[in-house]
Design a protein around this ligand. Structure first.
Ligand SMILES: Nc1ncnc2c1ncn2[C@@H]1O[C@H](COP(=O)(O)OP(=O)(O)O)[C@@H](O)[C@H]1O
Ligand SMILES: [Mg+2]
Length: 451
């Protein structure tokens, strides 16, 4: 008897400790069973209390009256499926006549408290069927990506969503993206995750990092071209535009359409070409984009116009040629001069990390999802990396990328260095890779050799 008590106390203590220190492990060991039982046992009463039941149909009431049976009570949506996941539970509910998906969405917060879950969201799967996703703990606090993701060519996992699902960056669905955020909000870590996720794929990476290259140059081994100042960036972008035109010529030759058909009318893209002819897709990563758009002299203004024009052309025509833009910055609004709002309108994917003011958030979401603006300014400073991501349908979600250190990203890039394609058009911008140079300044002597 005493041994049993001791064992029980140990188990409860272990569960408590896990729950406190390692919520993800707690969920996988104890949490998932307890939560499933709790949800199934409390389901009828909770749904009733949350106003998600409907009275029994008339024929049942009549039948009960005629046969002198107990009057049937109100009925909750039928549970079609309960699926435990790595981070929570997913319920699939069949709505009763008279209910709608909005009723469930409006009750999410009540369900969260009643089932003692961390978060509850719902979405309509098809008419009459609603999926309720619950998380057992704060999955964004310590982001752990699942070991296996549904990675496909040009579709890579970059972050975890608040509801425990994986957030993918799908270049073929959303070719160009804009990532905004105040300084120290996690933009570069997000970009680093992208680079690490793309590194094993057949893709050329091109980087423009006007912060003297501190973020992207350590990853140089996997990059096909890099620029660390606006002058090189202007030349690199011109080379990309020229490359894009070559790709269009190739597609056109494959289509056997005469050369005087304008570019924009070409319906095909590189993905429709046979595998052996297909040019390698290119992802252009731009960190701190405002550096490209600022100018002090007349000369710099000319350069700026050249850069913005090239970016706008890549954004307009790049998709079919397999050139995708990934732009990061602190602000990206009309105060950066002409052409910026036009360029922004081409960037479909929007992600906003913590921002300092509403107008910055408006640059990301003002034109697509107004309520995401509010969510973006509510991100707190103690959770760097948390971001709001929106899509062109007006939906949005809170996400956080895993905290990949520069060292981890460098290791990944070095491992896949031989996959960096050689693009003749971009050859002048290919980062020179020698052994690490001796650095005389004592302040940086302790930096790791590869960085
Ligand atoms: N996803 C994340 N999870 C945990 N910490 C993060 C995350 N993203 C960023 N951080 C922290 O915030 C700091 C600033 O991130 P960084 O990407 O350099 O910001 P930015 O480029 O926006 O100025 C990083 O050094 C890191 O410690
Ligand atoms: Mg940065």
């Amino acid at each position: 008897m005493t041994w049993l008590t001791v064992a029980l106390v140990l188990v409860v203590a272990a569960a408590g400790l896990l729950r406190w220190r390692r919520p993800a492990w707690y969920w996988l060991t104890f949490g998932v069973t307890l939560a499933t039982l709790r949800v199934l046992l409390r389901y009828p009463s909770v749904m009733d209390a949350c106003g998600l039941t409907v009275p029994a149909p008339r024929w049942r009431l009549t039948l009960a009256r005629m046969t002198n049976r107990a009057i049937p009570g109100p009925r909750a949506p039928r549970i079609l499926r309960v699926r435990p996941t790595r981070t929570g539970l997913v319920l699939r509910l069949k709505l009763r006549p008279g209910q709608d998906a909005f009723d469930v969405a409006a009750s999410c917060d009540r369900l969260r408290h009643s089932f003692a879950m961390y978060g509850v969201t719902s979405r309509e799967l098809r008419s009459g069927v609603v999926e309720v996703r619950m998380t057992g703990y704060d999955v964004l606090k310590r982001v752990q990506m699942p070991a296996k993701c549904d990675t496909r060519p040009m579709r890579v996992p970059v972050a975890l969503r608040e509801d425990g699902a994986v957030h993918f960056r799908d270049y073929r669905a959303v070719p160009h993206a804009l990532t905004l955020g105040a300084t120290e909000s996690g933009k570069s870590v997000y970009q680093r995750n992208l680079v690490a996720a793309l590194a094993p794929q057949r893709v050329a990476l091109v980087g423009i990092d006007c912060k003297q290259g501190v973020e992207l140059f350590p990853l140089a081994r996997r990059f096909s071209a890099l620029a660390d100042n606006p002058d090189t960036a202007a030349e690199l972008l011109d080379a990309l535009v020229a490359h894009m035109e070559d790709v269009y010529q190739l597609i056109r030759a494959e289509q056997r359409i005469t050369a005087d058909v304008p570019d924009a009318e070409i319906a095909a893209d590189i993905w429709k070409l046979p595998d052996d002819l297909r040019p390698v897709p290119i992802v252009v990563l731009v960190d701190e984009v405002a550096e490209l758009a600022l100018f002090a002299t007349k000369e710099e203004e000319k350069r700026r116009d050249r850069i913005i024009t090239a970016l706008a052309r890549l954004a307009q025509l790049g998709r079919a040629a397999g050139i995708y833009l990934e732009i990061c910055g602190q602000r990206f609004g009309s105060e950066l001069g002409k052409g910026i709002t036009m360029l922004r309108a081409q960037l479909t994917g929007r992600t906003a990390h913590r921002v300092n003011d509403e107008s910055s958030a408006n640059m990301a979401f003002g034109d697509i999802a107004p309520d995401a603006v509010l969510a973006a300014i509510q991100i707190s400073t103690d959770m760097p990396g948390v971001a709001i991501t929106g899509d062109s349908t007006g939906g949005w979600a809170r996400i956080r990328a895993p905290h990949t250190s520069l060292r981890q990203a460098v290791n990944t890039c070095n491992r896949y260095a031989d996959l960096a394609p050689d693009l003749p058009a971009l050859a002048p911008f290919r980062p020179a890779l020698g052994g690490p140079k001796p650095i005389p300044a004592p302040a940086v002597e302790s930096a790791p050799a590869a960085a």
